[in-house]
Design a protein around this ligand. Sequence first.
Ligand code: ADP
Ligand code: ZN
Ligand code: ZN
Length: 732
Amino acid sequence: MPVLRLAVSCPLRSLFDYLPPAGLEPQALSDLQPGVRVKVDFGRRQLQGWLIEVAGESALPPASLRAAQAVVDSAPLLSPGVLQLCLWAADYYQHPPGEVFDVAVPPGLRNAQPHQPPGQPGWRLSQRGKGLPAGALRRSPRQAEALALLQDNAELATSALRERGISAGILRQLEQKGLVERCLLAPDRTPCAAQPGLPLNGEQAAALEGILAHYGAFHCSLLEGITGSGKTEVYLQLIAHCLARGQQALVLIPEIGLTPQTLARFTERFGSGIAVLHSGLNDTERYAAWEAARTGAASIVIGTRSAIFSSLPRPGLIIVDEEHDASFKQQDGFRYSARDLAVKRGQLEGATVVLGSATPALETLHNALQGRYGHYRLTQRAGQGELPALRAIDVRREALQGGLSRALREAILNALGSGQQVLLFLNRRGYAPALQCHDCGWIAQCSACDARMTVHRRQRRLRCHHCSANLRLPQACPSCHSERLLTNGLGTEQTEEVLRSSFADWPIYRVDSDSMQGKGAMQALVSEVQHGAPCILLGTQMLTKGHHFPGVNLVAVIDADALLFSANFRGEERMAQLLTQVAGRAGRAGDAGQVLVQTHYPDHPLMQAMLTERYADQARRLLLARAEQGMPPHGRLILLRTDSPATDTGERFLAALRQQADPALPQGCRLIGPLPSPLQRRAGKFRNQLLAMAPDVRQAQRLARLLVHCAEQLPSRQGLNWSIDVDPLDLG
Ligand code: ADP
Ligand code: ZN
Ligand code: ZN
């Protein structure tokens, strides 16, 4: 007896068999295509399931199977490629398949809701209408006119008919006579009229040619180009090629809200026909963009992480811009890497994949150096402008004001005085990261986390940056009632205050997640700054993401030491990427500009490397170190995390898990832990982890399956949550 094998939208890691819904004709059953949704009873609830296959039989006795309620869709909502991608991802990341599939559709389609096929409402002749001779219905001229129009055009949109004077009433009269019927006009493929590209320089042309040489079959390339070297221009010309072949291009970028310019450049070059998918959309907008991609109406799809799951009928090219960016990895729930899935998807669909960055992730660089990816380098700035050198400012024994040394204050004044813009980087928002009592030493701690509260002076609040805790800023020490409260350390709000008093004649823009609330905030700021009048931009990491501020000539890193001591194995890689990205904001037009780095450790080997080596050289050196440590990309990591309101539940769970897994470990694999997570208590939960290391991806896959299998065998414990993270970014 045939059964429907379904990925049901629930947090369980298996597929479920159901009998076909009662009354489904055998023909209809054999016509069912994978990817249609089915409504099923699941426990006491009704859920949606994704049809994976119609299987000949079930491993379960037929009597134990329930019949599905109904088939929801007449045709699959997902393209075959995305269906395969979801199945692969569910297995690779060991995540419940139903939840993976749900990521591939807008929220409105995750609960067995009917899918409204897209299209404009319109009219066409019915069978009977087609039988009428030309010139029929002479006695009602309006109806005759409508009929004639539909005899000349197979289908017409209701709106087009209205423009020609045919009202809805007339059409209804014809409908009543059975001569016309309603239909949906398939959405038009919005034409992309590509503007001609810029003449490419030698390096750009070599990259374009090299990538196009493999076009038409799966191939992945790394485009490693310094900031401003013209990577985007190469993408644009690749896309033009893809469109000329009638195919669709998918472009992943880290954050759309923060990079309105990227979008503007695409629209400028290609006009309409671009669907944009990102987290800032409301449900209707998201649905429309998803549908435009899926039907093929949009030829270019630009989106953030989850856009990797958009169905495309004619995929040809997948571009991941700033591929090193951490935002491509989902950090909770379904912990996938959109960058890695882009490569997999290219493989599944025979598409060309391009990963671009000024500071490629070591994983990507490794693949390129091993010859698995094509590798193209852009070493010169494309327009005018040179890449500035970094210079350290030794701040030891300096009198700092708002974190700024005298040398830096002078440099700022000089730059502003000669009409230039200044960008200051400080990766800590708020006024100060700690509040302390001068009399008794009390420090404001979050009551739910192992962390200090950050002072937000303007809002007069203490906020925890690890949970939602926030309190009124105390007037006095809660421990000894002294009013002598001190702030320790530095945040953007404090530096802003100092800047406002020292550089009162110039506008100062603070750019962090506190000041940039709301949809258009960043866009407004960017266009204001692009006018080029001298000003100071002060911001966190938000400022380093792909913006073009052609007037910025001085860039300074206020506290490089904060980057220097990281517990994460990716710490050095991150620091090198961040400094290179920050530095890349300087001197984009005209002369080279300068980049100043304030530090207490000018002689630290890492700092020396940052100052004297280009990213490309640092990255190659870091790769060697990773090889010695057996760390990614030379080995693979898997992290099992637990959280629980009780102190030792997680540790006991992981210890039991380890005991079960140890005897069965695949060759070359090992387990480390259980250990407390770096910030052990967060939002009231105690967190522990078990780190698993594997020598290569194949063993890592075996290991992931083993760990999940063991975890699922363990008796569940009150309040305990566990999760698996394959290829984690952070060990925390
Ligand atoms: P990236 O994406 O590598 O940061 P962009 O593509 O944004 O670099 O290019 C930086 C600047 O150089 C842009 O203003 C762009 O218009 C210009 N540019 C890019 N390629 C060329 C070219 N071949 N000729 C002239 N200008 C170019
Ligand atoms: Zn006190
Ligand atoms: Zn907290």
